[in-house]
Design a protein around this ligand. Structure first.
Ligand SMILES: Cc1cc2nc3c(=O)[nH]c(=O)nc-3n(C[C@H](O)[C@H](O)[C@H](O)COP(=O)(O)O)c2cc1C
Ligand code: SF4
Length: 421
């Protein structure tokens, strides 16, 4: 294991399958809430990614793309559900390629993590276990719907390939549909898709196999997976079980893995930071008003106490998933990407130099400073995210952006004033 810290490691190439990527700091997925209402890439989507691409960011992973309308999670989400989405997705891929970067589409079906009435769809899941965060009661999927959904993932991957994307990421984390099949707490099935570890894994393996079949053996395919389900008191998956799942995926031919944490029901481990601005944003401009009455009223009354609780449990921390990534790194040969709180060159290069991961990925720090990659490379600085969580509070209701007024002002001035370097 390399122990000397080498900042240049961030700018050294890495291979994901047969794809050469020109550096090791990636933009991770952030739902855009910028598509047209029918899920097409719009100018607002391009505007969000342009400065990130212009800064030389080696790999951009899109926000989660719905693989079918039945799996749409939020308003103004981008879809990869139909070939009519290809021209818009191609425009996005072309823009990123013009700047020398690579782009992966994140494929997702939300399962029970949705407010179905806001989208006019039905919530589906492995079993009828209600989601405690949203109050959504899903309908258990029939076996034929499960196998059709795996095919939909494959078709969405083929759409991304056709649009010129460099690869796809299967979203197997954060409590979405694939997680709902993997996790005993949410999967109570007694058929071929539930019960034992092997049966709960079956849906993910079908998804992977369909993605390979429809997008091609040579197409780079990675997954985002929890390092821990973080469901205390419920039957969530442990790090040991999740590493075992990753090992099986590697044997099947997966090309890389991004390590994250938690379901919606977990609370805040996925977005460690400050929670008062999060709850304020959520109640003022987020999706709170779309929640069932009891939940909405509860949050509006109790959010200051909830924020205090979350602040104590999940304060901001750089590399907060590294302790999980360590165990993936020990057991896997494919690249392990770690997401979670990264912001400084020091913390990122230490994580890689110490052999805890092969690359890092960044969400909030790149929303605040889309030129972060360039700033790291040139030893300069831009707007610094304070992990207030104002952006995630508005996911699915307002376009992704920085919602801290002071930092947003700095960001807008940087992008406008300096011109597009
Ligand atoms: C506004 C916003 C939207 C997000 N949308 C997604 C998403 O679509 N898919 C996903 O896997 N994670 C999503 N995340 C989670 C991030 O990818 C990441 O796992 C998390 O924010 C921790 O990384 P960070 O500390 O660098 O922000 C989102 C996060 C934010 C802030
Ligand atoms: S709103 Fe801005 S400052 Fe707050 S977490 Fe998001 S990017 Fe960072």
């Amino acid at each position: 294991m390399e122990t000397t810290q080498n900042p240049q490691v961030l700018f050294s190439p890495i291979k994901i399958g047969n794809l050469a990527v020109d550096g090791r700091v990636f933009k991770t997925a952030t739902a855009e809430t910028r598509a047209t209402k029918d899920g097409f890439v719009s100018d607002e989507v391009i505007e969000f990614y342009q400065p990130i691409a212009q800064a030389g960011t080696p790999l951009i992973i899109t926000g989660n793309l719905y693989i079918s309308r039945k799996g749409q999670s939020t308003f103004r989400q981008i879809g990869a559900d139909n070939p009519d989405k290809i021209p818009g997705l191609k425009q996005l891929a072309d823009m990123v390629h013009q700047h020398g970067g690579k782009i992966f589409g994140q494929l997702n079906h939300c399962g029970r993590q949705v407010l179905p009435h806001t989208l006019g769809i039905e919530a589906l899941s492995a079993s009828g276990v209600p989601d405690k965060a949203l109050g959504t009661r899903p309908r258990p999927m029939q076996a034929s719907e499960v196998s059709q959904t795996a095919k939909d993932y494959g078709a969405a991957a083929a759409i991304c390939r056709e649009a010129g994307f460099d690869g796809v990421q299967i979203h197997a984390g954060h409590g979405y549909l694939i997680c709902q099949f993997l996790t005993p707490y949410t999967n109570r099935r007694t058929d071929a898709y539930g019960g034992s570890f092997v049966k709960r894994l079956r849906f993910l393996l079908e998804v992977y196999s369909q993605v390979r079949r429809q997008a091609g053996e040579d197409f780079p395919v990675i997954a985002k997976i929890n390092g821990s389900d973080w469901l205390p008191g419920r039957k969530g998956l442990s790090n040991r079980e999740l590493v075992e799942i990753a090992r099986i995926l590697e044997q099947e031919g997966l090309n890389g893995l991004e390590v994250t944490v938690g379901h919606y029901e977990s609370g805040g481990p996925m977005i460690r930071g400050s929670f008062a601005p999060f709850f304020k944003g959520l109640t003022k401009e987020g999706l709170v008003d779309s929640l069932p009455w009891l939940r909405k009223t509860g949050i509006k009354m109790a959010w200051p106490a909830m924020a205090l609780f979350c602040n104590t449990l999940w304060p901001a921390k750089q590399g907060f998933n590294l302790s999980y990534a360590d165990n993936f790194k020990k057991r896997l040969s494919i690249p392990v990407i770690c997401v979670g709180g990264f912001q400084t060159k020091d913390a990122m290069s230490r994580a890689i130099s110490q052999g805890r991961c092969d690359a890092v990925s960044v969400a909030r720090a790149m929303i605040a400073d889309p030129w972060l990659y360039r700033h790291l490379k040139e030893n300069t600085s831009g707007p610094v995210c304070n992990f207030c969580n104002g952006c995630i509070a508005r996911a699915g209701s307002l376009p992704v952006d920085c919602y801290d007024p002071r930092i947003r002002k700095q960001k807008d001035a940087m992008l406008a004033g300096a011109g597009q370097k």
